[in-house]
Design a protein around this ligand. Structure first.
Ligand code: C5P
Length: 271
């Protein structure tokens, strides 16, 4: 973590990129069922694994972690020493949503940052090859995000018209009553969405200069689920480079075991 140094033709070192990476880590982990960032991933908390991927990069000059506003002191107690060791800046995130957390963290970006990147705290499985692609593209383009193709067919469903289907077990129902039976939510399909030209957006997303701050100042971040969508509203071209199917976001409890397996593969060079 220092800012990339390139040698000019006369051999003198010249700085190319000084990226400030914002890591929003203020989510409640509702879908996971608790604090996923503190869970163990090969001997370190998930959040620390995520940060380590950036401390190894010369392009990264600053890492900002935005913790939860509720229980911030607890968060600082838990992660403060290791974040301090890595030279990470710790700020308070927002309550409402991810975009609020990113908007607040933008205020802590170094004045001399050439780029600002945002990466989900819950995506710890970053490969060097993917980071190489993203930083290389970000050196030439205003806004760069990783994306992966969609392999499954995409359906739109109407959740409001979902039906509750009881899974029947005659013997159990007779003893326990049918109210305790397992239930399945069945949602009607409203249409099949053509997937040509669609990709799944990942992070890190990297933006040139103060692009993201300008977008935030105009209130364009409000309500967005990824930062690139706010930049798109400004009319700036956002470019997608190949992401990595292994760059999963730990969302459900079973994702943790998957992340551990992926990390083993990345470390052994098998992925
Ligand atoms: O909820 P979701 O999985 O989309 O969250 C993505 C990222 O945004 C996570 O790293 C989470 O900690 C973060 N987040 C945040 N502030 C919030 C909500 C989510 O930093 N208020």
């Amino acid at each position: 973590m220092a800012g990339a140094i390139a040698c000019g033709i006369d051999g003198t070192p010249a700085f190319i990129m000084k990226v400030s990476i914002i890591i929003p880590a203020a989510g409640s982990g509702e879908r996971f069922g608790g604090d996923k960032l503190s869970r163990d991933l090969h001997g370190r908390p998930v959040l620390v694994r995520t940060i380590e991927a950036f401390t190894r990069r010369d392009e990264v000059a600053q890492i900002i972690v935005a913790g939860p506003p509720d229980g911030f002191e607890l968060f600082a107690d838990r992660f403060g020493p290791v974040l301090g060791f890595h030279g990470v800046d710790l700020v308070q995130g927002g309550r409402a949503d991810r975009w609020e957390t990113v908007s607040l963290a933008l205020q802590a970006v170094n004045e001399d940052a050439t780029h600002v990147g945002v990466h989900d705290a819950a995506r710890p499985c970053l490969s060097e090859a993917m980071l190489d692609r993203i930083f290389e593209a970000a050196d030439r383009l205003d806004a760069v995000i990783p994306g992966v193709d969609i392999s499954s067919t995409v359906k739109e469903v109407d959740r409001k018209r979902s039906q509750d289907v009881a899974v029947t077990d005659a013997l159990a129902d007779a003893i326990l009553g049918s109210e305790t039976a397992d239930r399945l939510e069945a949602m009607p399909v409203t249409r099949t969405v053509p997937r040509d030209g669609l990709i799944l957006a990942q992070t890190p997303q990297i933006f040139r200069g103060d692009l993201l701050s300008r977008v935030a100042a105009k209130g364009m971040m409000d309500g967005v689920s990824d930062d690139a969508s706010a930049v798109e509203q400004l009319g700036v071209d956002v470019h997608v480079v190949p992401g990595d199917p292994c760059n999963i976001k730990i969302t459900q409890p079973e994702d943790l075991a998957l992340a551990a397996a992926i990390l083993s593969g990345l470390r052994s060079g098998g992925l």
